[in-house]
Design a protein around this ligand. Sequence first.
Ligand SMILES: Cc1cc2nc3c(=O)[nH]c(=O)nc-3n(C[C@H](O)[C@H](O)[C@H](O)COP(=O)(O)OP(=O)(O)OC[C@H]3O[C@@H](n4cnc5c(N)ncnc54)[C@H](O)[C@@H]3O)c2cc1C
Ligand code: FES
Length: 283
Amino acid sequence: MREKSSILGEIAASNQSFGRFAFRPARIKRTVEENSRVKSFYLESKGMEPPRPGQFFMIWLPGFEEVPMSVSDAGAGYVRISVSNEGPTTAEFHRLDGGELIFLRGPFGNGFSLSGRSFLLVGGGYGAAPLIYAAKSITGAGGRCTFLVGARNKEELLFVGEARGLGIRTTVATEDGSEGYRGLVTDLLKTELKKRSYQAVLTCGPEMMMYEVVRQAVKLRIRVQASLERFMKCGFGICGSCVLDPLGLRVCSDGPVFDGALLLKTDFGKRKRGASGAQVRLC
Ligand SMILES: Cc1cc2nc3c(=O)[nH]c(=O)nc-3n(C[C@H](O)[C@H](O)[C@H](O)COP(=O)(O)OP(=O)(O)OC[C@H]3O[C@@H](n4cnc5c(N)ncnc54)[C@H](O)[C@@H]3O)c2cc1C
Ligand code: FES
């Protein structure tokens, strides 16, 4: 029986010439428990193309599924992914710690368009992950942003402390009222859009939350971008698993970030395809 490490080494060596389309090994430098569901992994990124906010990687743990994960931060020598424990593969991630090796392909997707000076960011659950990276990039370039963060309860709030540490005005909504406003983050959005003006809204989180964010922003004629989730297999546009009907947009390569007005012409907020390709109703 061959050693697991020698098989993994061979995979890495044989894939070197395929750039971001091939698996590359990435060592976990350190991990951080962000909240009761989400653990962040700082991965070594030597020789890797720097990801843009909103881009994602396909992450593979040998023996488990390959799954898409957004970048929640990146800097000199590292990228960070923040994994919510949702099922078998993500649960296995939560058992890993510093020093272990995982495999990734990417970065894939378009990322957010960050032209402009004032942004309102609306995140729900682990959807806060790509937004905190966008917030860091906006403030680093001298822009202004406000972060509205929603979760079921205070134990599931994500990146609130990190955003405040970056000097970002951050307001919280929890469904059970255990912290901040009691109710939905989309209620906070309604109030915020009445009080202040923004050039653009960025959103990521549960689809029905994003649908409401897009609906409110489009009604007020504010530019809005939403980062979508669809079931991904290839991650770069060839399998059709992640397509948005009826326009045929591929979330992995045309997105995952889309203009809200365009999304309203698709099945966004109504239906999505599951692992088998069959459509599932969202509402
Ligand atoms: C572009 C994109 C970015 C994402 N970013 C993050 C992130 O930053 N943090 C995070 O925790 N999660 C993120 N996800 C979701 C993450 O991929 C799923 O939670 C993960 O695949 C669940 O796998 P599992 O085996 O643990 O659970 P399962 O029980 O297999 O699935 C749980 C849920 O995840 C969905 N899912 C499973 N496999 C896939 C797949 N291949 N593609 C898309 N959805 C899948 C299922 O439809 C199901 O709703 C992202 C998804 C997409 C599409
Ligand atoms: S995941 Fe294959 S086309 Fe998008």
